[in-house]
Ligand binder design. Structure first.
Ligand code: ATP
Length: 261
């Protein structure tokens, strides 16, 4: 079943001295319960695409539908985790999560149950009464994941969720995310600069360049995936080469879309 469909989507930023077409007539279909990673050079429009899908920014043209229906308030469909997410420092972990549930019509017992289950999933159940300053970066990002999880959305939009973390915490949270995805079966869109992270986690890797999808690759690698597996290494290399426009591969588009208005 198609979970998300993007059709002919465009978004342009216009500032005083220039305008940039960040997303350019982009089409995308994503099936329910699949894990899609989006990779691409800095500034190619990945975050803008995610923000459009999340309903945080309005498109200049095109449409976005969920499960076959357009919805003007897309925030009801998606759980968001962004790289620079901040927990509110004056609230405890529990209170931060409760804030994420404030718009949900839930009774107190169900609210409590959602909190408990989300914190347990990210292994932070003993930290509900802690304040953000008492958490390490990895723990805070776990709580960010729990905050998204407790909303029980079917679509998770993750923008570089682990990029600010140290290498070991990052590896741990990648495993955690893989486990959560298998347990909860959401549709996931993950933006990452890390190609091996994309290959470790995703069923499908989209390569973006200048507002368009350049390559759309399905990954058949068995799970759990191992970075030392030759097929894993070959897949990472193939994606790297496609990003660099190696001869024989379709090269990234060269037309520059920056223009003075
Ligand atoms: N609020 C904004 N105002 C003006 N231009 C913007 C704005 N946000 C993004 N842009 C421009 O739009 C283009 C796409 O930006 P976007 O953040 O979507 O790229 P990205 O692929 O996510 O980059 P990165 O990987 O560095 O996060 C860039 O040229 C950027 O300068």
């Amino acid at each position: 079943m198609i979970s998300l469909e993007v059709h002919n989507l465009s978004c342009q930023y216009t500032t005083r001295d220039r305008s940039v077409l960040a997303v350019d007539r982009l089409d995308l279909k994503v099936h329910s319960g699949t894990f899609t990673a989006i990779v691409g050079a800095s500034g190619c429009g990945k975050t803008t695409l995610l923000r459009l899908i999340a309903g945080l920014r309005r498109a200049d043209q095109g449409s976005i539908s969920f499960g076959g229906a357009a919805d003007p308030d897309r925030r009801h469909h998606a759980a968001l985790v962004f790289q620079d997410d901040r927990l509110l420092p004056w609230l405890t972990v529990r209170q931060n999560l409760l804030l994420a549930l404030r718009r949900e019509a839930l009774g107190a017992p169900e609210r409590e149950e959602r909190l408990r289950a989300a914190l347990e999933l990210v292994k932070m159940e003993r930290w509900g009464s802690a304040y953000p300053y008492q958490l390490s970066g990895g723990m805070a990002q776990r709580v960010n994941l729990a905050r998204a999880l407790c909303q029980r959305r079917s679509l998770w939009l993750l923008d570089e969720p682990f990029s600010a973390l140290d290498a070991i915490t990052r590896l741990q949270l990648q495993q955690e995310l893989s486990r959560l995805w298998a347990a909860e079966e959401p549709t996931v869109l993950l933006v990452t600069h890390d190609i091996s992270e994309a290959v470790l986690l995703a069923d499908r890797v989209l390569t973006m360049g200048e507002g368009v999808i350049l390559h759309d690759r399905s990954l058949e690698l068995p799970r759990p995936r191992r970075r030392s597996d030759p097929a894993f290494i070959a897949t990472v290399s193939a994606i790297e080469e496609s990003l660099l426009g190696t001869p024989g591969e379709e090269a990234p588009r060269q037309d520059k879309k920056e223009a003075t208005p």
